[in-house]
Design a protein around this ligand. Structure first.
Ligand SMILES: [Zn+2]
Length: 208
């Protein structure tokens, strides 16, 4: 038996999502098809909005809701109450969310979009490292000079390689910037995203 094409396409497409396989996706299809028309419409719009009503912040690369502002900055970058002299560098959006959920960090962020890998050198091209360096350089002559860069990356081999690379690149700017790393607490090989709030706060406060 061949499944109807719309279902086959859906299963094929959604099986690409992290954590979802064809079996789970097929179950999802029939669940969705059994919903009321109104619920189906809501799913449709929620999904479309995710793609068409979001934008990437040109400063820190976090995602925000589309707004009419010219600068397209996210809520965090626009917040004047925050400390714009401290940048916390993270691998991905979910790491930023974990740190934000601690309610203890008042600086701003920079999302790298990945980590440097020894094997995959093409991946390095996609990281926002040049933007981070440009951001630091540009701030040097502004009232919001960046004074500290916290490298809040996972303590894995790729994380350490990225830290090593970033430290060197930032030092070479010769701008007298304090570079810190997360302190003890995060286990070796552990992940920022999944660390509990207390561990993250300890690691941030114990940064050196
Ligand atoms: Zn931003």
């Amino acid at each position: 038996m061949e499944l109807p094409k719309p279902i086959k396409d859906f299963v094929q497409r959604f099986s690409q999502l992290p954590g979802l396989g064809p079996r789970q996706t097929t179950r999802l299809v029939f669940w969705l098809l059994h919903q009321k028309e109104e619920t189906q419409r809501e799913f449709y719009h929620t999904f479309a909005n995710l793609f068409f009503q979001t934008q990437t912040c040109p400063n820190c690369f976090f995602i925000s809701e589309k707004n009419n502002s010219e600068d397209k900055l996210c809520e965090i970058c626009r917040d004047r109450q925050r400390d714009h002299s401290t940048i916390c560098v993270v691998e991905k959006e979910t790491d930023l969310i974990s740190i934000e959920n601690t309610n203890k960090y008042r600086g701003v962020y920079h999302i790298l979009g990945g980590l440097i890998s020894e094997i995959d050198t093409a991946e390095r091209q996609k990281l926002t490292i040049p933007h981070l360096l440009a951001r630091i350089k540009k701030s040097a002559n502004s009232p919001h000079k960046i004074k500290e860069v916290i490298l809040a990356l996972n303590p894995t081999s790729e994380g350490n390689l990225t830290i090593y690379y970033l430290e060197k690149a930032i030092r070479e700017l010769n701008l007298d910037i304090k570079i810190t790393k997360l302190g003890r607490g995060l286990p070796h090989g552990g992940e920022v995203e999944f660390a509990d709030a207390e561990t993250l706060v300890n690691a941030l406060e114990g940064r050196k």
